[in-house]
Design a protein around this ligand. Structure first.
Ligand SMILES: [Zn+2]
Length: 182
């Protein structure tokens, strides 16, 4: 388990752990030097602090959940709300190519989607949607804005009956989606 700490917070004593990344000690008490989460490395007897900034920026392999902000041809921009199930509020966006997905509507603006981060390129965070667990978690009918339910590999509006498609996540409509992927 990790804990949220502030600069100056005591995070260990040097008899147990030595200061690692973003930590310092006076020969006795180890303190954090940044806002972040302390992480105990039992093997090397070090205590590190993962700073807050790096928590809010997803890294390669992280699973993010966010809302689609824009669809731009064969790309979509997603505002990241959760990284590995942890809520973030830093306004970070990632982009995700949708060119190879054989769906008329991979996702719509305001849909909630689950993506995997593939890396950073030219200051932009890139993600993929091409795995079964990745895709749309929540969406609405394009015609009337009401809820939809899955019908084999398409979706159908519960109100007007309009059928449509999306790249659905295997967690589509699961209410405990935040726990998935931990
Ligand atoms: Zn409808």
């Amino acid at each position: 388990m990790s804990n949220f700490v502030l600069p100056g917070d005591k995070i260990a004593i040097t008899e147990e752990y030595e200061s690692g990344k973003n930590a310092c000690d006076d020969g006795h008490i180890v303190r954090s030097t940044v806002i972040g989460e302390n992480q105990i490395d039992k093997k090397d007897r070090l205590v590190h602090v993962k700073n807050h900034k790096s928590i809010s920026i997803p890294e390669e392999g992280d699973i993010i959940i966010g809302t689609v902000e824009a669809i731009m041809g064969s790309m979509m921009a997603v505002l990241i709300k959760y990284i590995n199930s942890k809520p973030i509020n830093s306004g970070v966006e990632c982009i995700c190519p949708t060119k190879n997905i054989r769906k008329r509507n991979v996702a719509l603006v305001k849909d909630v989607v689950k993506l995997k981060i593939v890396g950073h390129l030219n200051g932009t965070i890139h993600a993929t949607i091409q795995e079964p667990s990745l895709g749309v978690l929540f969406t609405k009918c394009r015609k009337c804005g009401m809820g939809v339910k899955p019908l084999r590999d398409i979706i159908k509006c519960v109100e007007c009956g309009w059928t449509d498609d999306r790249k659905l996540s295997s967690d589509f409509l699961k209410t405990d989606f935040l726990k998935v992927g931990e």
